[in-house]
Write a protein that binds this ligand. Structure first.
Ligand code: SF4
Length: 287
């Protein structure tokens, strides 16, 4: 496969990872444990359907989740793991009509969710121009993860997800370093003296309005309620960063790396915020 074709395919894979609630048996509303907080109005144990889940698996307060204290539901994104488990792993067997499959389906869902999350990151890494060695390693990981998603329910339940997370994490670190080094050279030149490594930093509530943060490593950074209005965030690695209530109004995230829909859904923004092509503008963002 030519380099350009490979990049296009990886981008397509990343963009295809979208939740389709119409083909899911309300798994996020049933399988997951919910703890009452500012994000959720109720406590709910895993395996128990949320009282707002209708018999057709639609949410009866879908249009007013935030007003009803269910902000967390507007943030969650399964990347398509829900429909995969419902339609492929369990062949479209509805747990309401066949309660005997429910318990197993609810345990498989979080496993599939984690596999999909890793696939999204690896596919994204592959959509950048990285070294040949990295490309080969990323491709091998992608093939392995995709094959795991095709396992049957019993085999999925036996997986030790951490043994897959570790090599994926190392590969993503290596990819991020490679991509950002190229960008630092492009943006700031060979004599660059700026600091770009702010991994895990506590910038809760920090005023960063208008800053140039291009190609910064913000992996695992605490950016809760940070003022990131009009910041240049191109080439920033956001893996695992906490963006809850961070203000991204007017910010440029067009080529930010490893940013997820959940991170964006948890932040604030507006119509001037520029997002990567695979992410949707949240409906609760201001115009
Ligand atoms: S409030 Fe609606 S979206 Fe949230 S868990 Fe309940 S049914 Fe699902």
């Amino acid at each position: 496969m030519s380099g350009d074709k490979r990049l296009a395919t990886a981008k397509e894979i990343r963009e295809s990872l979208q939740a389709d609630c119409t083909n899911c048996f309300g798994l996020c509303c049933t399988a997951l444990n919910i703890i009452a907080s500012s994000d959720f109005a109720i406590n709910k144990a895993s395996g128990i359907p949320c009282p707002n889940l209708k018999s057709d698996y639609r949410c009866q307060i879908h249009s007013s989740l935030r007003e009803n204290g269910f902000k967390g539901c507007t943030v969650f994104d399964c990347l398509g793991a829900g429909q995969k488990v419902s339609q492929d792993t369990f062949n479209g067997i509805d747990w309401r009509e066949n309660p005997e499959v429910g318990e197993k389906m609810f345990r498989v869902f979080p496993i599939m969710e984690q596999l999909y999350e890793m696939i999204a990151y690896i596919a994204e890494a592959l959509s950048y121009k990285v070294s040949h060695t990295l490309t080969v390693k990323l491709n091998l990981q992608l093939v392995q993860l995709e094959s795991l998603t095709r396992l049957d329910a019993d085999a999925l339940l036996l997986l030790d997800i951490n043994t897959y997370r570790l090599p994926v994490n190392e590969l993503l670190l290596e990819s991020s370093k490679y991509i950002r080094n190229e960008l630092i050279l492009k943006f700031f030149g060979a004599k660059n003296t700026r600091k770009h490594d702010f991994r895990g930093i506590d910038w809760i509530g920090k005023k960063l309005k208008g800053k140039d943060l291009r190609a910064t490593d913000l992996r695992g950074a605490y950016l809760i309620a940070a003022d990131l209005q009009n910041t240049d965030l191109r080439g920033v690695d956001f893996i695992g960063a906490d963006l809850r209530d961070a203000d991204l109004s007017g910010a440029n995230l067009s080529t930010s790396m490893f940013l997820t829909q959940m991170q964006i859904n948890s932040a604030k923004g507006d119509k001037e915020t520029i997002l990567p092509s695979y992410l949707k503008r949240p409906s609760h963002w201001t115009d």
